[in-house]
Design a protein around this ligand. Sequence first.
Ligand SMILES: Nc1ncnc2c1ncn2[C@@H]1O[C@H](COP(=O)(O)OP(=O)(O)O)[C@@H](O)[C@H]1O
Ligand SMILES: [Mg+2]
Length: 349
Amino acid sequence: MESPNSQQAPSQSTSAKKLTPSVIAHYLNQYVVGQDEAKKTLSVAVYSHYRKIGKQRQSGDENIKSNILLIGPTGTGKTLLCETLSRIVRVPFVTANATSLAQSKYVNEEIEALMLRLLDKAEGDIAKAQRGIVFIDEIDKLKSNEGEERGTSGERVQHALLKIMEGAVVRLGSTQILDTTNILFICAGAFVGLEGITATKHTYGFISVDANSNDSQKILARLNSRVKPTDLFEFGLIPEFAGRLPIIAKLQDLSKEQLVRIMVEPRNSIYNQFREILMDEGVELDIEHEVFRQIAEMAFEYKVGARSLRGLFEEMLTPVLYQVPDQPDIRKVVIKSLFEEPSLIRKEE
Ligand SMILES: Nc1ncnc2c1ncn2[C@@H]1O[C@H](COP(=O)(O)OP(=O)(O)O)[C@@H](O)[C@H]1O
Ligand SMILES: [Mg+2]
């Protein structure tokens, strides 16, 4: 699964600027609403990755990289964050999907193909490919279930991935080899059920806090919601694999307000996309704030994060999109409520 490069790449000024964590986060902010913790973690990790690589070239030191695990409910922006990140980083970046890796009979061939894609992104430059970033989505689908035999496909893929995450030499074709030691791996998954595991394993419950102090309660709550490697084993990842993902960032459920913002704020927001589509027909689209609130309300109930927004939005606009091409006298469409017919404003009215 390659990220579509159709969206606007970072502007000239961004790419000339030093990619500090805040510059990376600023870019992510233009496309991803909320999820500040994940944005910060990714920005710092990517920045550090560059720095270590730069230093290592001067000193020849061993690089100790810190692969990242993103955990969060479905539809909250994990894939979007990484796709957006891939457009700003100046190292080769490829994405893979753990589910399809697990479905393949030939895991090692799949991994080899992934490394070949990375090399391709590096325009054939092995040294450049060896400093790239690999994003693996739906990593939680590799869990082994209780009672299942050992050596299930998911576990096999974990072992195969573990090797390249630790640093291995991958043979590409008959002549080239690629060393994965310095490649940064970012994994993501929803990890349904992990919350329950983390919640029942309060490691910090013994720290006495002032029950009346809001601050210490908050700190305790934060410590207790931290995902520990042991939680990941219990979830079904093999210990060695979980151990290779030392940095864990959590994504949060999106609030109704954030769902509203997602429809209108990002550069390529749904609202902007449909305004453009109608603009092509010479029609102005004006949707009132209340409508976004109503859509967010429904989407919130569906509990699939921002995933249902587009469907709800399109459904609302279908009657309009159906009529407009045949009726050139329509110059403006105003929608005031999801439960009212859109007003079609015609020329000379
Ligand atoms: N935080 C967010 N900001 C903006 N859009 C979002 C956000 N979260 C999800 N979306 C939108 O919802 C859809 C699903 O998001 P995705 O990143 O694939 O979710 P997941 O966390 O399951 O990987 C995408 O179309 C994406 O644009
Ligand atoms: Mg995803």
